[in-house]
Design a protein around this ligand. Structure first.
Ligand code: UTP
Length: 245
């Protein structure tokens, strides 16, 4: 299996430190967050990992230069997460299996999120899987929100997905939480994906089109997702992961 880690975002919520230090390289204990994410991808079975960086984030390339399983692609204009994923499309051209996508600023504690998603996919004929976390209703407009089928199954199917909906329009309170196992058709869909929320090319919008072609399941983490992309989230992460003492 191959994995893709988008880590080219501007990090504007964590300025000014992100002028020189990519948020993905902030320490969680003695390791950069991104190293924990790479370890999670490898534990889930990723043999090759492509990290998408921006020209200002060469520190990431420098840090991982001795790891032959990791290579890099550049996103030179920050046109959104979907665009960052598309920047690595060539690297997945011949891929048949689902690709594991891990956001470079999201950590999951309390479970082996990616490994568990891979196991769910295998148990369901290679279906796509998206990691989910329930969020308070007033927070739905910050996330991609999914609609799940109403089966009681442990592997519910995602029937719709919307990027940052209003509280009124949100199809549920289940938020996309930083880990995706996606059919490689996603790259074709991203090639002609129109700009969406915030004038960015949204991965969520391409996934919405993927749902028409491929089965995608929801995996509600038994653990917790942490967003290290802003100071408050970062310090809460350190506390939750018990690495600040
Ligand atoms: P965010 O949605 O947190 O966006 O990205 P951001 O631009 O990095 O942060 P702010 O809003 O300016 O503070 C989620 C993940 O997607 C990557 C980020 O690096 C992060 O790991 N991303 C986002 C890209 O690689 N490229 C983009 O154009 C946007």
């Amino acid at each position: 299996m191959k994995a893709l880690i988008p880590a080219a975002g501007l990090g504007s919520r964590f300025l000014p430190v992100t002028r020189v230090i990519p948020k993905e390289m902030l320490p969680i204990g003695a390791k950069p967050a991104l190293e924990l994410i790479v370890e999670e991808a490898k534990a889930a079975g990723a043999e090759e990992i492509v990290i998408v960086i921006s020209p200002g984030k060469e520190l990431i390339r420098e840090y991982f230069k001795d790891d032959p399983s990791i290579s890099f692609e550049l996103q030179t204009e920050q046109k959104g997460l979907g665009h960052a994923v598309f920047c690595a499309a060539e690297r997945f051209r011949d891929e048949k299996e689902c690709v594991l996508v891990l956001l470079g600023d999201a950590l999951v504690s309390g479970c082996q999120a990616s490994s568990e998603m891979v196991a769910m996919s295998k148990a369901n004929n290679g279906a796509g899987v998206i990691g989910l976390e329930r969020v308070p209703e007033e927070m739905v407009s910050r996330y991609g929100i999914v609609k799940l089928d109403d089966s009681d199954s442990k592997a519910p199917q995602i029937t719709d997905i919307v990027e940052k909906p209003s509280v009124e329009e949100a199809p549920s309170d289940m938020a996309v939480a930083g880990r995706y196992l996606l059919d490689p058709q996603i790259f074709k869909l991203l090639a002609d994906q129109k700009t969406g929320y915030g004038g960015e090319i949204q991965l969520t919008d391409a996934i919405r089109r993927l749902l028409e072609k491929k089965k995608v399941l929801g995996y509600v983490y038994p653990g917790k997702r942490h967003d290290i992309g802003n100071p408050k989230g970062y310090f809460k992460t350190l506390e939750a992961m018990n690495v600040n003492g």
